[in-house]
Design a protein around this ligand. Structure first.
Ligand SMILES: [Zn+2]
Length: 215
């Protein structure tokens, strides 16, 4: 749980800047949020990461109420809010971006199978694909929640990816893992046929991850 203080706002800005530095997003796309005691802190719409200041970060209720005197939140605030409304309290950070390889697969409507054991980092047997809906819409948020029912990350059809975490660091790390997995899947599709791990093999990985800690 984060609070609405300068430190939390700075951490949010740092994460948004990391998205750009790591090549996971560019321009003003990509948005980051954290759960607070009374709602969430989220990056504003239309402000480039390198010009973000603490006062630009928007503190809003999960029902969409925005106290006056703030910038407009990311146009994709609904899907962040609905994650906090529907996922356990321990889920306190959400990262959304249009990272290149994840977006390529999302545009081809290809969820990422367990061709590599680290797919289990998202908590399941694949990294699922959420159905397409218009950006910023309630329908998109609902499609994401469906895809996230057994996963901490998903691809968004014709759009990008979404990753959840227990803090900003873990959400960002998972977004990076999704992008890495997407790159590898894209590469394997280019040269041959993915050899997908058996369900029992993935069960072993998932069990090991559960005892290893917060993967
Ligand atoms: Zn987006």
């Amino acid at each position: 749980m984060y609070s609405d203080d300068k430190h939390s706002r700075d951490k949010l800005i740092g994460t948004q800047q990391q998205l750009v530095a790591k090549g996971l997003t560019s321009g003003t796309s990509g948005n980051v949020s954290v759960r607070t005691g009374t709602g969430m802190l989220i990056t504003p719409t239309g402000v480039a990461a390198d010009t973000l200041k603490a006062e630009h970060i928007v503190h809003m209720s999960l029902d969409g109420t925005i106290p006056a005197g703030q910038l407009s939140p990311s146009s994709e605030w609904q899907m962040h809010a609905d994650v906090y409304l529907n996922k356990p309290r321990e889920v306190t950070a959400v990262v959304h971006c249009h990272s290149p390889y994840a977006t390529i697969l999302a545009c081809a409507h290809k969820p990422i199978p367990a061709q590599h054991y680290m797919v289990a980092a998202a908590g399941g047997y694949e990294i699922p694909l959420a159905d397409y809906a218009t950006f910023g819409s309630k329908a998109l948020s609902e499609a994401n929640l469906k895809a996230l029912s057994n996963s901490s990350a998903c691809l968004l059809a014709n759009h990008g990816q979404l990753a959840l975490g227990y803090d900003l660091e873990s959400a960002l790390r998972l977004a990076e893992t999704v992008e890495e997995q997407a790159f590898w899947y894209w590469g394997v599709l280019a040269i041959g046929t993915p050899q997908v791990l058996q369900r029992e093999q993935m069960d072993e990985v998932l069990t090991a991850f559960a005892s290893y800690g917060q993967q």
